[in-house]
Design a protein. Sequence first.
Length: 642
Amino acid sequence: MKKWSGGTLILVLSFVLVVRYTYFGSQPPKPIKQSAYDFFRNHPSNDSQAQEISSSAKSSEINVTKVEKIKEKPHLIDVEGLSDLYSNVNASKEDMKSFATWPQLRTVLLRSDGLPETSKGVKEASVAWRELISIIKWEKSKTAGDDGNVNRTNEIKCPFSVSTFDEPLNSSRRLLELPCGLIEDSSVTLIGIPNGRNRSFQIELEGAGFPHEQKPPIILHYNVYLPEENSTNYSVIVQNTWTNEVGWGKEEKCPGGRSTNYIQVDGLASCYEQLIRSAMEENQNKSLPVGDKKINNSVAHAHIRANFPFSEGSPFTATLWAGLEGFHMTVNGRHETAFKYKENLELWLVSKVKVTGGVSILSGIAKGLPVSEDLDIVFDVGQLKAPSLLKRRVVLLVGVFSTGNNFERRMALRRSWMQYEAVRSGIVAVRFLIGFHKNAEVNLDLWKEAQAYGDIQLMPFVDYYSLISLKTIAVCILGTKIIPAKYIMKIDDDAFVRIDVVLSSLKEKSASGLLYGLISFQSSPHRDQDSKWFVSEEEWPKDSFPPWAHGPGYIISRDIAKYIVRSHQERDLKLFKLEDVAMGIWIEKYKDSGHEVKYISDDRFHHTGCDADYILAHYQNPRKVLCLWEKLQKEHQAVCCE
């Protein structure tokens, strides 16, 4: 009996060993964590990763349920320029810290359901990066005493103002070069005289373009029509945009020739006609019975014609300035028109001011332009440089979304709330997430800034607004795989945040399933195609969004960030162009998968300005950011700077 029991035991143990070897022994070893430096050194220059994943998907078609699951997921595609962009990375291990999120972002960029501008943004980034590499190599060879063959001078910089036209004074075409684009509060002032030729003249803001492009975009087309003598036609200003992909957009006329809704841009009327009609209607409503309150259009047109800002032979001073929401034109001291920014036609893209047609331009100046700091004369680089992080996990990672030519905003943050002791000691880490610019000088200055301060993460795409949610994925990658943090905060580069209050508030909050900020619990998608936040029914068919936190600043816990990274790499989450709403959509999916989510809304996260006792104040220009910091240091109170 004992012999029989021993034999049975031996058989059972043998069977267990065979099963273990069959099902577990053949499994691949756990992958070793790979740095960005190793990734770029070992990664092939073609898109073999996409091919491998595609092959893997095909092999799983044996199982019917897997086939159905795969069909629901977006597949991986070839994106023009991506291979060149990734294979062109050839920097030192120290420099590669600025590309830390690239390995994990690659599969997101290859998705067939990518954001509309992904292909364009990647392709243009590959061109910009290739150009930047050649400049960097030239500068290194110049430092080593070898001039090389590259034709470049040090005269191209990002100046505060420019005033030189490249055509003669009497030319019908005048051009003003803007070396590093425009930023908020930039302005272009022209002094000229309509000369009657063609009965019209045009002022255009032309976008930056690459040599391969058919024609650069027109960020703003401002066309002034003057009526011919004895004509019944009205003088009119037409504003529009143009791109290779769409052609001409929807034009806006001022005056519109009919009663229009009172539309505002930055709190100002989009057309002076609206002010005239509004004043006339108000006066008429005071004197007429309710049933007779109807404006006389002929009287209105007479007033509008008499108040038209341009006339033949009369000098004018016109200032086109960049607001928060759109462009504004002031003529002879009076605000005349406004034009909302259109999607993917941002301020930073502008590279030229072009004037054509029947006008003689006497002088012109562009000022308030983006200026990069001369690192050779900055005395406090060491104090502003990102501190070395402790080996232990940081409590909070702050990802600041910025664009290449917003140099002054970043410097203001470095000199203000980024000087909190928690930041300087490494308890809190701050990193700027920035895409490529289409201007070589901006990219070079951005690269130098990244090397000097060590707090910039470059994105593998050009910085179009519609791609901003890719930065949201990147900051989650950064906070889970590169700089592991307990909490991850996203803010804009025009936001001031009180880090000390944030940390003390988080002590009372949950360490898991957390969304903390100013939360919108009931909101609907914008269906107006002219809206900057337009969402089509194809993009979001539902009538409302799940809860989301306003984008100027919000905080999520690490577990949510890990879920977002993993689910995007596995293509289980939908990409969405509005980054703050996208975060809400992804968190809703996290909750649907069985996890508890705690939505904590705090009115002290101000998304439209500043108020006393703020945690975060938005729309703060560099001057206000420094002022807020000074008040905190001297008065120890959270009061606003107006």
